[in-house]
Design a protein around this ligand. Sequence first.
Ligand code: FDA
Length: 306
Amino acid sequence: MLRSVFLAAAGSSRLERLVGAVPASRSMVRRFIAGDDADQAVTAVRALADDGLAITVDFLNPETTTAEQARAVKDEYVALLGRLKGAGLTPAAEVSLKLSAVGRRLDDKIAFEYASEICSAATEAGTAVTLDAEDHASTDSTLEILLDLRKDFPETGAVLQAHLRRTEGDCRELATAGSRVRLCKGAYSEPESVAFQDALDVDKSFVRCLNILMSGEGYPMVATHDPRLIAIAEDRARWFDRAADEYEFQFLHGVRPEEQARLAAGGNVVRVYLPYGRQWYGYLMRRFAERPANVTLLVRSLTERR
Ligand code: FDA
């Protein structure tokens, strides 16, 4: 129930104006978001890298509805990658990209072209791009563009969402040599026809997908904060005899930092998903949908003195 309230709030422009009046420097926002601009993102990346963590940086942009906006997002990523390289923060840092941000809703060709330019800048910087998963209606197009990008940039990462009924099959397709695949539960509200609705069914699907990825030939990226699923992933990595550099754990910035540190201290690769940009409102509402307890932190930050 609360989940759907926050997912609805993510699309409310009135609420966005109210909450958006809080500068990103406030503690709540800062817990999850690196800052407003690339300067602050690079500073946050450096701090995480100094702690022995890997990073994937995501630029939070307004909804892309024109070709100019798509180009501006592409330019932002290309500039960011240059700065990460210049600061000596690659390959520790890679970037995560939503194809909708580079124009997929306008035309798949524009999205492919701009994603290619970003992949090329990533290669130049000695790092890689991972394509975020969006709503189920875009899954086919994302995977088609992924396969096209991989012809020139084989290190491009995929994201699969365990709540979708199709994902076990997608895991089988993508568990090939060199294939980087992030497995997450899925953050979008989806109909029963395409997605498991019950949390336990999503968890069971996650484990089935994990088994396929861990026993396959690719590079699994286990993106969950769920203690039970993390323990199962550790177990499967041992079972399938994977060395520490043959899979990784991923967390959202600000979530369970003590668990991130524990896994990293145990010799695991731990990557933090680090968003930055002024358009943090929708991202934050999705985090509340996942864990309404986080909202008390927001209330505290709204009442903080400026
Ligand atoms: P869930 O939210 O069910 O939480 C399970 C348990 O984890 C909780 O019961 C609690 O024990 C613990 N937990 C969770 N949040 C916590 C918190 N804030 N503090 C303390 N404990 C907490 N989605 C998508 O659709 N497309 C994408 O591309 C991505 N990309 C992505 C990258 C990365 C690195 C991550 C970690 C996640 C994503 N996601 C995503 C989001 C993902 O689909 C999912 O919505 C969230 O990760 C929340 O699901 P969990 O697996 O954490 O479990």
